[in-house]
Ligand binder design. Structure first.
Ligand SMILES: Nc1ncnc2c1ncn2[C@@H]1O[C@H](COP(=O)(O)OP(=O)(O)O)[C@@H](O)[C@H]1O
Ligand SMILES: [Mg+2]
Length: 157
């Protein structure tokens, strides 16, 4: 079952804020897959998720490493931030032995490579928005994990 919500993001701060508001819904073992062109706001959204989870930063584009683990500064889950741009296949992801079970895993460029890691996931698609310089985010909640989780509370609040 899939539930989808669309959110307008009228500037970078709105993208960060969406991440902050998403964070309390996330727990260890969750998978979030971010899709969107270069500059769409994937890392910005990840930064907000990291802030909301209260993990050690800074969260930057992991250009020279494929994955970076940000431990919690409190008792919450770690954030595993993955850039799968140069990963060619699900088998390559498995070879990396990322350790997704004990972290919230957020993957940039993950579509087509990481879906096998979990039965449930959030697919978030970032695209140019209605305003000249904004973005829109479409969140697809996939699997029973997300049934009735209150995703729609993210819209417009
Ligand atoms: N909602 C938004 N509206 C306008 N600019 C945004 C928005 N969200 C992020 N940005 C900006 O877009 C640029 C690229 O963001 P980034 O997160 O690095 O993209 P990606 O990781 O998808 O390549 C940054 O300068 C960021 O501040
Ligand atoms: Mg990025």
């Amino acid at each position: 079952m899939t539930e989808s919500v669309t959110i307008d993001l009228d500037g970078p701060e709105a993208t960060v804020e969406l991440g902050r508001r998403l964070a309390p819904l996330l727990r260890s073992g969750d998978l979030v897959v971010l899709t969107g062109e270069l500059g769409a706001g994937k890392t910005t959204l990840t930064r907000g998720i990291g802030e909301g989870l209260g993990v050690r930063g800074p969260i930057t584009s992991p250009t020279f490493v494929i994955a970076r683990r940000h431990p919690s500064l409190a008792a919450g889950p770690a954030l595993l931030h993955v850039d799968a741009y140069r990963v060619g296949s699900p088998a390559e992801i498995d070879d990396l032995d990322l350790g997704v079970d004990d972290a919230v895993t957020v993957v940039e460029w993950g579509a087509g490579c990481v879906e096998h890691l979990s039965d449930d996931r959030l697919d978030i698609v970032l695209a140019p928005g209605r305003s000249d310089d904004g973005r829109s985010a479409v969140i697809h909640a996939i699997g029973s994990r997300w049934q009735g989780c209150g995703l729609s509370s993210l819209v417009g609040a």
